[in-house]
Design a protein around this ligand. Structure first.
Ligand code: SF4
Ligand code: ZN
Ligand code: ZN
Length: 336
């Protein structure tokens, strides 16, 4: 059924007669804001049942990495909604301040406001406090670094991703987290799968979160409860629930390889709805195959045993971890 809203033909929700907010091409469903929110919450609760193992009689601390953006806001709001009532679950949220002028201060404020409104403890740490240079400085140093160091990454996100991971791990450790929750949506996950496959990077495909049954050494298992929710739906949910979210994009984001994959996945999804789900299922199947091989007594996937980084004690498969290697390169460039 369709109705007229402001002179436009708007289809009606397939669960009630209200004007629809979304037509899900991949499922054929048509949903109003309320029913979309209901279906998203149901999908997240289902994922949580699969990904989150709560130990009987023990408290579980979940550290939720939030950025001030829509994905992690929806993640935190739904986690509080679904698990907040449980006395055996403690939820703490935190943000890493990368030092990006014009982008991080307002998004940090959104993250803080969200936590206040949900009654969640909020913690932060900055790149400076972690011993890294601020991202605005790193971005300025990149031309020099790529000139002086063969193989140095040419895009800010390559440094930022590595530094931020250390920051998130640091915050999770600080609160003794048992589990770390990340706000990756279906589009993010599909882009990552495609990127890893284009690189022939099986190791990263196998290490892709959720880590429920395969914790990565020394780190609390990461869960990604939004992994089946498309980005557009996460956004509609955030707006529907009126969550405080920062809409601006990081000034360093453009040009990153992820943008190319983002466009590719979006084009493929528009042509063949369900492509994103297919990419993610492919990664799940590869991980499942690995688990079956391990169960049969085959080799573990990791080629070399993990060691502790001599500088920061993080687990690494090399002599020094990537973050310390990049930190040294940046410091070197700054001193020149
Ligand atoms: S877009 Fe890149 S530089 Fe900006 S915050 Fe994200 S990872 Fe960091
Ligand atoms: Zn409805
Ligand atoms: Zn290190």
């Amino acid at each position: 059924m369709a109705g007229k809203v402001g002179g436009l033909d708007i289809p009606s929700c397939d669960s009630c007669n209200k004007p629809a907010l979304l037509e899900q091409a991949y499922s054929g469903r048509v949903l109003c804001g309320q029913h979309l929110a209901k279906s998203i919450r149901k999908k997240i609760a289902k994922e949580l049942r699969k990904q989150l193992i709560l130990k009987k009689g023990q408290e579980t601390t979940i550290f939720v990495a939030i950025s001030g953006g829509k994905d992690s806001a929806v993640l935190l709001e739904t986690l509080v909604d679904i698990l907040g009532v449980r006395p055996d679950v403690k939820i703490i949220a935190g943000t890493v301040d990368e030092g990006i002028d014009g982008y991080r201060p307002p998004s940090l404020k959104c993250a803080e406001d969200l936590c206040k409104s949900l009654g969640v403890e909020f913690i932060t740490i900055s790149y400076k406090e972690l011993g890294f240079e601020e991202m605005d400085t790193v971005a300025k140093l990149i031309p020099g670094m790529t000139k002086n160091n063969p193989g140095a990454p040419g895009m800010p996100c390559s440094y930022c991703g590595v530094f931020r991971r250390q920051g998130i791990n640091h915050l999770a450790k600080k609160v003794n987290a048992d589990v770390m929750a990340l706000g990756h949506n279906l589009d993010d996950m599909a882009q990552t799968v495609l990127m890893n496959m284009s690189n022939g990077d099986l190791e990263r495909t196998l290490r892709l979160a959720p880590h429920t049954n395969t914790p990565i050494d020394g780190l609390p298992p990461r869960i990604v409860p939004l992994r089946w929710i498309p980005e557009q739906e996460v956004h509609l949910y955030a707006v529907h629930k009126n969550l405080p979210i920062h809409h601006e994009e990081c000034p360093h984001a453009r040009g990153a390889l992820r943008w190319r994959h983002r466009e590719m996945v979006a084009t493929m999804e528009a042509d063949v709805p369900g492509t994103r789900h297919g990419l993610l299922r492919m990664a799940d199947n590869v991980k499942e195959l690995r688990n079956q091989i391990i169960e049969l007594g085959g080799h573990q996937s990791r080629p070399s045993p993990p060691k502790e980084c001599p500088v920061c004690s993080s687990i690494t498969s090399n002599d020094q971890c990537k973050a310390c290697e990049m930190r040294a390169m940046v410091k070197n460039e700054l001193a020149n």
